[in-house]
Design a protein. Structure first.
Length: 120
């Protein structure tokens, strides 16, 4: 089980995203963690919600299987919360930007809200 300080989470996120390490990224989350995603398809009233380690790992594996790059930019940390921005670029040039706010408990992410914007 991976535990990490809020300050160390930025480096761990950068490493997992840049190396496409789905298992390493999933290890940063508690077994019962949830991710809520809001985007053009999943509105604030009906977000996509992923719950539990298996669902998160499957999501990360799907994302990392795509022909795209991932760059964690800004990371801001406090004792129990982290915020980060992620920029992605598909091979065809399509861009995606995500802003995420994970909540931490006992050194692991327990809840995360992500808001995504895609090129049309």
């Amino acid at each position: 089980m991976t535990t990490i300080s809020p300050m160390g989470l930025g480096a761990a996120l950068r490493r997992a995203y840049s190396t496409r390490d789905a298992a390493g990224l999933a290890a940063l989350y508690a077994p019962d963690a949830t991710i809520e995603i809001v985007d053009a398809v999943h509105t604030p009233s009906q977000p996509s919600v992923l719950s539990g380690g298996e669902a998160l790992l499957a999501h990360f594996e799907d994302v990392f299987a795509r022909d795209m790059t991932h760059d964690v930019e800004t990371v801001a940390a406090s004792d129990d919360c982290v915020g980060y921005s992620l920029r992605c670029t598909y091979a065809d040039g399509t861009k995606v930007v995500c802003a995420a706010t994970p909540t931490l408990l006992d050194g692991r992410i327990v809840r995360e809200l992500g808001v995504q914007a895609w090129d049309a």
